[in-house]
Design a binder for this molecule. Sequence first.
Ligand code: SF4
Ligand code: SF4
Length: 683
Amino acid sequence: MNNTIERVEFWNIGAHVLFYVLAIVSVLIFLFGLLRIVRIWRSSWGERRAKRFPKFAPRALADVLLGRRIYRRDVFGGLAHFFIMWGFGFLFLGTAAETINDHFVWFLSGATWFVFSFILDVAGAFFIVGTLMAAFRRYVLKKHNIHSSMIEDPGVLILLFGIGLTGYFTEGLRLAAMGLVGKEWAPIGDAVAGLFSGSPAGAQAAHPYLWWVHIAFALGFIAYIPYSKLFHMFAAPANLYLGQVPAGALTVEERENLKGGHDFSQMVSFDACTRCNRCEFVCPSYAAQEPLSPREMVLAFKRHYRRAFAIERIWRPWKRVDASDAAKRAEKAAAFEEAVARDEPWYCTTCNACVDVCPVRVSPLDIAREARTSFVNRGKGVPKATRDLLQTLGKYNNPWEPGGARHFAWQKELEVKNLALGDEAEWCYFVGCLASDDGDNQAVAKALTGVMSAAGVDYGILGKEELCCGDMARRLGEDGLFEIIVEQNYGLFRDFNVSKLITSSPHCYHTMAKDYPALKPKLLAEGREVKDTPDLTVVHHSVLLYDLLKTGKLTFANSLEKTVAYHDPCYLGRHNGIYDQPRAVLRSIPGVKLVELGRCRENSFCCGGGGGRMWLESDSDVRIAALRAKEVVEANVDLLVTACPYCLSTMVDAIKVLGAGETVAVKDIAQVVADAMNKEEKA
Ligand code: SF4
Ligand code: SF4
């Protein structure tokens, strides 16, 4: 029995110099890769860098330390990551402490050494269990339909497992050979030592070989970090902070000043991606067998930037980026988009499912939108239907009418104030393009105005003066047109004394409540026509109905006696967190039995109409709306209720196509409330 109760440096190991040489080589390979990535990031350091740090830092810190986002919809994966991350963290800190002990301050002895050994022994167990769970999840459970690469995904797992396993066996051989006092403080190492207890001499002979294997795994791991998804250990925390800063709308001028390619936070997000496949699993476009995988899109951009830099800067990663570098990179980015990412971005419905589910806050949605902007700005690669739509929108201020005249005849049937004709009211009901033109949605507008009038809401409309809110221009990447629409609408609101808006479209709601205020200060700074315009209060009609309910202004005369499901529109739910108010309104209606669809709330499945998709022809035989309609029919409901004009149009059609038009009705929440309030009509 050896009475040493302290760490013994390089016990039984010769060739210390070789170890230091290999360690230096490994660190140099790591630093080289790190510098290359930092150069790629730095080249885009600009508009959206670490602003508003205090506000976003605590949440980012909690996300990193607790891995909160990883558990969502995958507790097993979250636990695996937790074990690996914290096991690795303690082992890393332990190795750093041993280095300090061996070379600078000797402190690992006596009771400190025992406790230290115990902590590292347990951390190692966490690390190995987490790695095995991750392998089980990837190759047996195949969670989120994950598909693995041939080298990188198994390579990372083998490295992690190899480090943990050889660590224990090295320790076990050492303990078996030395018979140290206090070895019970390393219980797992001690258990492994038990395997070799019959031959201490053999254990001593085998120990150096295994030690070198362990070192090879550890140094290989360090060197591999910046060349693999392991780099997410640095990029993910950065992105968990940056990803909280709203993407906002870059103005055309700001975009021209970008140093090329993508903005800083998107560049970081490419490296934060862990290839976990959650985004692809929830993507409606991928589910409909269209040529868009958010995961592949992110990885394609990452590969592109790595390659672009690999060629021109591989031997000089420390060189500063100058204007000519940035211009060259912008050119390469454009060529890449045209060659590789030409179709994918146009299939995105901007449903936000991928953003919501991503454990590290990557936004394939923003990446797709930026690519669209890039195509629009270059005048290349824009699908014809989208091009026509944008031209119509620019020319006639709405997406439907090449002739310029909108269908306002139906509005004449309404007895509502017209703010553009001098009437005054507290609220302006912003009717929106679909409700102005499409029959099903005109019925929604009529129902809503009826409910508002009955509930005593003081409102008016803008009639023929109303313009498109610009949602389609923004989502389709036509930022110049969007800026013009924003200017025009602010001017209109100023001229007709409008500052409080009710919308029946979540798309109008999101655009005017989120995009307008983000853009306005920038436009002001650029001297654009938004001076002295009102700050807007925007309310979606589902929230207005909820407020009316709470204040006792909705009185129901009918009992509807229906089994009802509510379909969460993406721009109301995932984009704006409005889930409870519409449900509360529906539950309050007599006779309504509200049930949930299999995918609901944050996990709701898109109808396929957003992000300009209403105007894009898909080559796939599968329709996104048909996938959702199938879920609705399988839920056995009498009535599907939604709160979005796109959802209404797509779901009405899709349910008819499935042959369920007679059994499942589709209505907007305003229509259902109107039916319950109105003595003559029933849903
Ligand atoms: S973008 Fe996010 S959700 Fe998608 S594969 Fe990467 S880490 Fe996973
Ligand atoms: S926003 Fe929706 S449609 Fe677009 S990539 Fe993400 S999940 Fe797919």
